[in-house]
Design a protein around this ligand. Sequence first.
Ligand SMILES: Cc1cc2nc3c(=O)[nH]c(=O)nc-3n(C[C@H](O)[C@H](O)[C@H](O)COP(=O)(O)O)c2cc1C
Length: 208
Amino acid sequence: MHIDLSSAKPKDRYKFLMSSILPRPIALVTTQDDQGRVNAAPFSFFNIMASTPAIIVLGIDSKSPGVPKDTVRNMQLTGEFVVNMVSEAIGEKMSLCATPLPEGEDELKYSGLTAAPSIQVKPPRIAESPINMECRIVNVMDIGNDRNIVIGNVVHYHIDDQFYDAENGYVLVEKLGLIARMHGKSFYLRSKDIFEIERPVGSSSIKV
Ligand SMILES: Cc1cc2nc3c(=O)[nH]c(=O)nc-3n(C[C@H](O)[C@H](O)[C@H](O)COP(=O)(O)O)c2cc1C
């Protein structure tokens, strides 16, 4: 079977893509508005695009036609945000942060997560998250149909000491226990079944 995706119904297009491009990492993004009110929301249209410069991207749609989600509105107001990575331990709280609360209401308080100060940006980090990345906006790209691609530069990186082997310089990935988004509205994956495929001799294992 094959499908002309450009003429498929939007719902079908969404289903095919969401059930094919997975697992997707989850960024629990914290922002602040111009009055300093904190906002938190999860996004799985999220990935790394480069390490030098340290560039990440997010795909964010709108609340309704012409009304951006609070995250995008705050990013455009302040130019700053924090990506908080999501471990299984905070999975349910991450999901609560997707509740469409009235503008200005703090999803961190609502979900029982704790704000911790950032170093280079104003929006707070999430204390319970094992890794936080403080970011500055490079570009918010309007791709039409009420959707934006946000490009961010990671300027400061935090990792909970228990997940970093400082002696050997390794992030303890298996211990982190990050979760990823799968298909449908509420399916996730644990990062537990890790295995190795050798790279061809001479291929770079550092750059990509
Ligand atoms: C795991 C998960 C992943 C999500 N990924 C996205 C996404 O990539 N893009 C998006 O626009 N919304 C995504 N959402 C929905 C937003 O989190 C939700 O609309 C949220 O209320 C937006 O909040 P805000 O208005 O405070 O920015 C996701 C929700 C969940 C639970």
